[in-house]
Design a protein around this ligand. Structure first.
Ligand SMILES: O=c1ccn([C@@H]2O[C@H](COP(=O)(O)O)[C@@H](O)[C@H]2O)c(=O)[nH]1
Length: 278
């Protein structure tokens, strides 16, 4: 079954919140844990046990595991495997992108089921040119996996690059809309939804003129801690709102280490996000 089909089913069954599993050093300390591999493991696997059976997607942020070297990456492998066993889709947030031949190695690492780091989907950066992502696209297709391509990120620095105007095969477009155009082509004809998604922050302001009818999933990070709200999701995404998974990491993790409090945070967010339309 394609990633797009699994995504639609997961959101319908378990709600529209994607829980970020980001073991910040400050959160480990707040939870009474040491900033060590043992603390990382306890934190991350407690989050998986508390929320992965109840939410549609989890999004571990690779950086927080990589900072502990190979032992941290081993914890990330367990987070991926145990979250999938609990029925959540795993979106690995690594924001990779390089020349094509190196992109192939990244794609094999994160999307080929023979890899211990294989996830359902991965975040990628198109800023070496969308064509440099072709190995990710082909590998995702081969393994029914998905991609989320950075289009309009949640941070305030994004517009200087993403709102730049470029002339390409689609005409005169912002960089964000060039990315969305490529996604529309990749997702053409897919039903109920294609597997090639976009990252569009739940915090972006103003009218960016984003063309969001690209028939793919949308990840909206910035919901919660960064200030994005359900009203922002309606404002930013309009008719595309039903395809949005809003992502929150610290907003859920601060409710820990109590498992029931974390699950409550997930329930409340899912209730708030249910049925959002323009
Ligand atoms: O545009 C983007 C893309 C990715 N992120 C990532 O999402 C989480 C946000 O964490 P919060 O604690 O909910 O703020 C983090 O892993 C970022 O790297 C993003 O924020 N914006």
């Amino acid at each position: 079954m394609t990633f797009g089909t699994r995504y639609v089913a997961a959101l319908a069954e378990r709600g529209r919140l994607c829980v970020g599993i980001d073991p910040h050093a400050s959160l480990l300390l707040d939870w009474g844990l040491d900033d060590t591999v043992a603390g990382l493991e306890r934190f991350a696997l407690s989050v998986v046990e508390a929320v992965a059976p109840y939410c549609s997607l989890v999004k571990p942020q690779s950086a927080f595991y990589e900072r502990f070297g190979s032992a941290g990456v081993a914890v990330l492998e367990r987070v991926i495997a145990e979250s999938r066993d609990a029925g959540a889709l795993v979106l690995l947030d690594v924001k990779r992108g390089d020349i094509g031949s190196t992109s192939q190695a990244y794609a094999d690492a994160y999307l080929d089921p023979r890899s211990p780091l294989a996830a359902d989907a991965v975040t990628v950066s198109p800023f070496l040119g969308f064509g440099s992502l072709t190995p990710f696209v082909d590998t995702a297709r081969a393994h029914d996996a998905g991609l989320f391509v950075l289009a309009a990120t949640s941070n305030k620095e994004g517009p200087e690059i993403q709102q730049a105007v470029t002339t390409d095969e689609f005409g005169r477009r912002t960089v964000s809309n060039t990315v969305l155009d490529h996604l529309r082509v990749l997702n053409d004809g897919a039903d109920p939804l294609g597997s090639f998604g976009a990252v569009v922050g739940a915090t972006i302001g103003g009218d960016r003129g984003l063309e969001l009818a690209f028939n793919g999933p949308i990840l909206a990070p910035g919901y919660g801690e960064q200030g994005g709200t359900a009203a922002d999701i309606v404002r930013i995404f309009g008719a595309a709102a039903p395809h949005v998974a809003a992502s929150s990491s610290r907003g859920v993790l601060r409710a820990g280490p109590d498992a029931e409090r974390m699950r409550d945070a997930v329930r409340r967010a899912n209730d708030e996000l249910a049925g959002l339309t323009a």
